[in-house]
Design a protein around this ligand. Structure first.
Ligand SMILES: Cc1ncc(COP(=O)(O)O)c(C=O)c1O
Length: 348
């Protein structure tokens, strides 16, 4: 399939004159900045946050590039990967004309973002054993299908899809394939980030919210070839990552070894949790998972969910989600949290 990025971009985005700040236009060593209506007197805080942050997050992109063996120009940094998802719609999808394809059950924001952007959604459910239905996907795609979302490992099922199948989808689809790797760090599968220059229609999403333990900082990433990333930068709000967030990410990136240890602990806890859950009478089945959560089929999901809420334990009730009838999605917690959950479930 010959792929031309130019043919996918919305006309208004092609025509857009991006916002330009005075600081972006000036490259030198100025001493006095009176261009952005900031408050040089400072704030009530001890830390000085009176300047706007670096709009292109140069320092953190430099570190992320090294870590992932890509160029800084191949990285978009967003306010969570949720921002990257929204921007994909705004770059590529003409409201009320284009459509996107998702494979439920999957992460809910693809659909919400589509609805916010007034873009139609094609649903091609996973098969009964939570695999991609490649034939049905092929059939559902039409000339106006711009984005195809593949979440691997998938939320809420937890499983990864075979790499060859994802690659095949990317090679045969004329639009953009968005591979959401929010949970990749908990998986033994290799990331597809290494493929962004071989496959021009691939966008890979990752996040600092899961393995990096920084959900409160709100930073997510999109990796793609430089031409595609330039489109994100054209339309994003200029200062989309705050100064405290950039500082926190930079600091975290200097301590990647700690993250590796946490991932190993979470994966070990996950296996323990699965084993112990199987000893509990109300648990019927735990689906194979590559993520930091388990999807558990229960004897009575709604009742157990309510019971846990009464005990001040919140899990995610997926009972009403397609293919997930009877299921609760449970995040792997700390050893203490998991112990409390198991003891509480024992009481049922
Ligand atoms: C599959 C998937 N993608 C993306 C996100 C959003 O991540 P972020 O916190 O970076 O916006 C989540 C959050 O739960 C998720 O499960």
């Amino acid at each position: 399939m010959t792929f031309k990025l130019e043919n996918l971009i919305r006309e208004n985005i092609k025509r857009l004159t991006p916002y330009s700040s005075a600081r972006k236009e000036f490259s030198g060593a100025a001493q006095i900045f009176l261009d952005a209506n900031e408050n040089g007197f400072g704030s009530p805080l001890e830390r000085n946050y009176h300047r706007y942050p670096d709009p292109l997050q140069t320092e953190i992109k430099r570190e992320i590039a090294v870590l992932n063996d890509v160029q800084p120009s191949e990285i978009f940094v967003g306010s969570g990967s949720d921002e990257a998802i929204d921007l994909l719609f705004r770059i590529f999808c003409e409201p009320r004309a284009d459509n996107v394809l998702i494979c439920p059950p999957t992460y809910g924001m693809y659909e919400v973002s589509a609805e916010i952007n007034d873009v139609a959604i094609k649903h091609v459910n996973l098969t009964e054993n939570f695999q991609l239905d490649l034939q049905a996907i092929k059939k559902a795609i039409d000339a106006r299908t711009k984005l195809l979302f593949v979440c691997s490992p998938n939320n809420p099922t937890g499983n990864s899809f075979p790499r060859e199948e994802i690659l095949k989808l990317i090679e045969t689809f004329g639009g953009i394939v968005v591979v959401d790797e929010a949970y990749i760090h908990f998986s033994s599968e290799k990331s597809l980030v290494s493929e962004i220059n071989n496959l021009k229609n691939l966008v890979v999403l990752q996040t600092f919210s899961k393995a990096w333990g920084l959900a409160g900082v709100r930073v997510g990433l999109a990796f793609a070839n430089a031409e595609t990333i330039a489109l994100f930068n054209r339309i994003k709000p200029p200062y989309n990552i705050s100064q405290p967030a950039q500082e926190a990410i930079l600091q975290a990136l200097k301590n990647g070894a700690a993250v590796e240890r946490t991932i190993a602990e979470i994966v070990a806890e996950r296996e323990k949790l699965i084993e112990k859950l199987y000893e509990i009478a109300c648990v019927e089945q735990i689906y194979p998972t590559d993520a930091n959560f388990v999807l558990a089929k229960m004897t009575n999901a709604d009742e157990i969910y309510q019971f846990l809420l009464g005990e001040k334990i919140v899990v995610r009730n997926r009972n009403n989600v397609e293919l997930c009838a009877g299921c609760l999605r449970i995040t792997v917690g700390t050893p203490e949290e998991n112990k409390s959950l198991l003891e509480t479930l024992q009481k049922l």
